[in-house]
Structure formats: structure tokens, C-alpha cells
Design a binder for this molecule. Structure first.
Ligand code: S3P
Length: 452
């Protein structure tokens, strides 16, 4: 069946006066998915505040409801009554994850040990993304997989009568793969082991422990992490307060750095060390970012960030930092477009399999908007123009193709705020997957951006 055509919603951003104010961006996407999954699975009541109400996360909520979790909203809180570990129900229809790789891949793991069929579908972007990275370890547990060529969606899974625990070394730096295996381990008897040579975000581990799972983590002398989970334990409902998403905060943060005279405070931002690579990199570039009021809530570090417009200089971003800022490279490339000298970003092969091929999509969009950049196999270099002269697209037909990628859309809108000419994108609809209300929030601090 041909996919339904949804009308595009083009948008434009133009050179803006100083951005000022105090913002709390929406809740962290990674934590929101996991809170719904574990709340939906745990016995008893889970209460979540700060949940991201973006399309990606709502797809996860619908999937958990389809498998027996009761989820309702009460004021600012989401209240979940879970099924109890091991007691998910077979969904009656296909689970539609829209644009969300995290929701889809983690729930593939969650249902893997169940002896019923689950069908996974998604939008054109999700259908083009590789699923073998999750399906291969699940096959080792005895899961039957029916998938389109190349292990793409639509995928149907059927778990074995007796799932077997695995010990698996994750071949790519991916929190989604690690988490899918751990979630599969929850309803598998015995010890499931995941070894990650390159540590990635650890929200699954932290939240599993908070819900009562028997999980242990050990870091070896070589930095590799081994995570062991004893399956079929009891999970108990929790109270979770989701802090603001650092990957969403990166957009107003970079906007404030590149728009002259800006002074912005971002409240309650998640500061998990596996997520702060972008802040380190911007500080290396000379960014004035003050980290205020550091505190810990619900087992995660948070802080307020005061950001002032800064003169940025190009840097070499080490490949080892990629996992801690993997979603921030598009907007880092925008910051680099306004920095003195060259910024070289390395170790970016994973960007090719995100919501779009982010290396190609960024390089094309930057070039269209007058930025001098070079795209390599797994790297990107950008030579900036601190005054923004010549950047942007003077002609109305200079429109960035966002390729169903929310972070590409937001990055180019941020770019337009400091460019000499406007920056136009073909579609802003997908921004709602991770940052509903983005344009209105940016307008509220003085940014000139609007739908066309
Ligand atoms: C995520 C992990 C990352 C990241 C994604 C969210 C998660 O993906 O890009 O936006 O919540 O586990 P990979 O695990 O594929 O690197």
C-alpha cells in the first residue's frame, strides 16, 4: 500500500535581535520512553511528571496500552497501572511507531520473550532504518523474525516458548541495542549479559534498578561496561520526574550563542555525563555557558544553564565523544558555521542511520545556505563565518530538504536566526516528534521563525 501523502509545512527563520528569557524545554525523550515502558510493565502505580508529550513518546504510550497497561493523565502527571513483569498481552493490531527508532527498537526487545506475535510498522524514515542490530541478538534468544529485505520494517516477531538468556557484545555504540536486550532479559529466565565496549547513555540501567530489577554494572580496565540482569524479577511502580531534554535544550542554547547580545537561562536540564558531550564541545569552542544550581533528582543529575552570546572558535571534536552527543551534531554543525576557523567532527558513521542520513542532509543544507563544509565517509568539517555574512539563502527557492528529520528541521531554523539571509526548510511537521511547541517557544524569546 502506498504511504498516505501528508502536506508539507514549510517554515522560515530570519536574522533576529538578542534572544532573552528563561526556558524549560520539554522532558527528556530517552527517559520518557523508558518511564512509560517500565511503568507499563511494573506491578502497581507509576506516576510520571515532566513526560515529553511528543509524537515519538505518545507512540510508545499507545503501544504499552495495546499490551495491557492502563495510562491516564491527571493534571501534569501521567498515571500508569502496569501489567506486572511477564504479563504483557498480545497486541490486537500492528504497533505503529511513526518516526521513533527508540520506541520501536526498545519495544522489540520488551516483547521478544513473549510467545505471541507482534507486528511493528512506522513512517518512511523508520522503514528505511536498519533493524538487524536489534533483531540479530533477539534471534539468538530464539525469537522468530519476519522482516522486509535487509531487516527493515514492517517486522513481525514471535517469541519462543522458552526464551534463552544471552551474553551479547554490542558491535555498535548504541543505547537502543543495549536497552532492547536488557528489556528482553526482563522476561527471560536466568542471567542476560550485555557488554558495551563504548559506554552509551545509561538511562535504562538506572531506571531498571529504580523499578527493582536485579541489575549490576561493572566497568573494566579498558572502559568496557558489562551489564548483568537477572530475569523474571518483580518490578514495582515508581514516581518519576523527567528532567528537560539536553538534546532539545541544544537548539535554544546554540541559538543564544550565535545571536548577538543574547542571554538565556535553560532550567532543569538533564546533566547525565553520558549526555553532556555537546556542552563540553561548545565550552571548548569558547561558549559562555554557566552551569548553575547543580542537583540530583530521581537518580539523575540536573542543572540550570545560563548561556550568553559568544565568539566561537573551531575545534577538533574527538571521535570518542560521539556517543555522548550523538543527537547534537546537526546543531553543532550550525554553531560551527558561525565559529572562527574550522571545526572537524569525527567518528560519525552512526549519523548515516538516524532519522535521516544526517551527514548528507546536513552537508547539503549547509552548502545550500552558503557554508563552506566537507562531508567525509564518517566525518564532517565546517569552516565558519562569525558575522554570518553570505549565510542563508537569498532566493526563495533555496529550501532545505529535512527528510522527515526533526533535528535537521530545528537545526536549520536556528541557523536562520544569525544568518544574513533567511533559512527555509521544506517541513516543520516532524519537529513535534521530540519538541512540540518549538517555534512558539523560540518566538517567545525573540526568535524570528514562522511557518510559510
Ligand atoms: C537513544 C539512543 C541513541 C539516540 C536516540 C535515543 C535512546 O540512538 O540517537 O535519539 O534513547 O536510547 P542509538 O542507540 O541508535 O545510538
Amino acid at each position: 500500500m502506498a504511504p498516505a501523502t501528508v502536506p508539507l509545512r514549510p517554515a522560515k527563520a530570519s536574522k533576529s535581535a538578542a534572544l532573552k528569557g528563561d526556558l524549560a524545554v520539554p522532558g527528556d525523550k530517552s527517559m520518557s520512553h523508558r518511564a512509560l515502558m517500565l511503568g507499563g510493565l511494573a506491578a502497581g502505580e507509576t506516576r510520571i511528571t515532566g513526560l515529553l508529550e511528543g509524537e515519538d513518546v505518545l507512540a510508545t504510550a499507545r503501544a504499552m496500552q495495546a499490551m495491557g497497561a492502563a495510562i491516564r493523565k491527571d493534571g501534569d502527571s501521567f498515571i500508569i497501572n502496569g501489567t506486572g513483569n511477564g504479563c504483557l498481552l498480545a497486541p490486537e493490531a500492528a504497533l505503529d511507531f511513526g518516526n521513533s527508532g527508540t520506541g520501536c527498537r526498545l519495544i522489540m526487545g520488551l516483547v521478544a520473550p513473549y510467545d505471541f506475535e507482534t507486528r511493528f510498522i512506522g513512517d518512511a524514515s523508520l522503514c528505511s532504518r536498519p533493524m538487524a542490530r536489534v533483531l540479530d541478538p533477539l534471534r539468538l534468544m530464539g525469537v522468530q523474525v519476519q522482516a522486509e529485505a535487509g531487516d527493515r520494517l514492517p517486522v513481525t516477531l514471535r517469541g519462543p516458548r522458552t526464551p534463552a538468556p544471552i551474553s551479547f557484545r554490542v558491535p555498535v555504540a548504541s543505547a537502543q541495542v543495549k536497552s532492547a536486550i536488557l528489556l528482553a532479559g526482563l522476561n527471560t529466565p536466568g542471567l542476560t549479559t550485555v557488554i558495551e565496549p563504548v559506554p552509551t547513555r545509561d538511562h535504562s540501567e538506572r531506571m531498571l534498578q529504580a523499578f527493582g530489577a536485579a541489575l549490576e554494572t561493572e566497568t573494566g580496565a579498558d572502559g568496557a561496561r558489562t551489564i548483568r540482569l537477572e530475569g523474571r524479577g518483580r518490578l514495582t511502580g515508581q514516581v518519576i520526574d523527567v528532567p528537560c531534554d539536553p538534546s532539545s535544550a541544544a537548539f535554544p542554547l546554540v541559538a543564544a550563542l550565535i545571536v548577538q547580545g543574547s542571554d538565556l537561562t535553560l532550567r532543569n536540564v538533564l546533566m547525565n555525563p553520558a549526555r553532556t558531550g555537546m556542552i563540553l564541545t561548545l565550552q571548548d569552542m569558547g561558549a559562555d555557558i554557566e552551569i548553575l544550581n547543580r542537583r540530583s533528582t530521581g537518580g539523575e543529575d540536573v542543572a540550570d544553564l545560563r548561556v550568553r552570546a559568544s565568539e566561537l572558535s573551531g575545534v577538533a571534536v574527538p571521535a570518542e565523544r560521539a556517543a555522548s552527543m550523538i543527537d547534537e551534531y546537526p546543531v553543532l554543525a550550525v554553531a560551527a558555521s558561525f565559529a572562527r576557523g574550522e571545526t572537524v567532527m569525527q567518528g560519525l558513521s552512526e549519523l548515516r542511520v538516524k532519522e535521516s542520513d544526517r551527514l548528507a542532509t546536513m552537508a547539503r543544507g549547509l552548502t545550500l545556505n552558503g557554508v563552506d563544509c566537507t562531508e567525509g565517509e564518517d566525518w564532517l568539517s565546517v569552516r565558519g563565518r562569525p558575522d554570518g555574512k553570505g549565510l542563508g539563502a537569498p532566493a526563495a527557492d533555496g529550501i532545505v530538504a529535512t527528510r522527515l528529520d526533526h533535528r535537521i528541521a530545528m537545526s536549520f531554523l536556528v541557523m536562520g536566526l544569525a544568518s544574513e539571509h533567511p533559512v527555509r526548510i521544506d517541513d516543520c511537521a516532524l519537529i513535534a516528534t521530540s519538541f512540540p511547541g518549538f517555534m512558539a517557544m523560540m518566538n517567545g524569546i525573540g526568535a524570528e521563525m514562522a511557518e510559510l
